[in-house]
Write a protein that binds this ligand. Sequence first.
Ligand code: MN3
Length: 198
Amino acid sequence: MHKLPELNFDKDALKGFLSAETIDFHYGKHHQNYVNKLNEAIASYPEYAEMPLVELMKKAKELPEEIRQAVINNGGGTFNHNIYWENISIQPDIAPSQKLLNDINAKYGSFEKLGEEFMAKAAGVFGSGWLWLMPDLTIVASANQENPISDTGVEPLLGIDVWEHAYYIDYRNARPDYIKQWWRHLDWEKISKKYTDK
Ligand code: MN3
């Protein structure tokens, strides 16, 4: 059985970025619903019901046809939101480690330039989807609840949910303002550790 992970913060702790109402809906209802539907989909497949989520997502596109799309949608929905919430910090503007910063500088020129490019691409994702930063520091988009891990076997370092449910209560149609606040609230300490351990 997959479970909704605990949040690292109180739902009132992100005011100015996300309201408690957004967290109640996005985490408490949407994320929970993906977890429930994933469990329902794989309940009668013991081989997959026992599998760690990261392994299940690597295999998502090769699963039996009867559950394949349900796992892509709801396993993806669970996995993607797990990454999303775990990377959020109540403390804004945390800096990446020197190693990660050096590699970002080599690829993008500066951390600010990576931010500009990532935020512009996130604003430009058409419809509902996600934008990811991969461990090789490339930026990859995915539609709906897909995740690059199901195509490449590689887990993203971080990702932003640009479905309207992620920001509409607090930002209405101003997706770029949501993206800017999200970028400031990334836990680069945690992300740097993930990067080094990759
Ligand atoms: Mn979402």
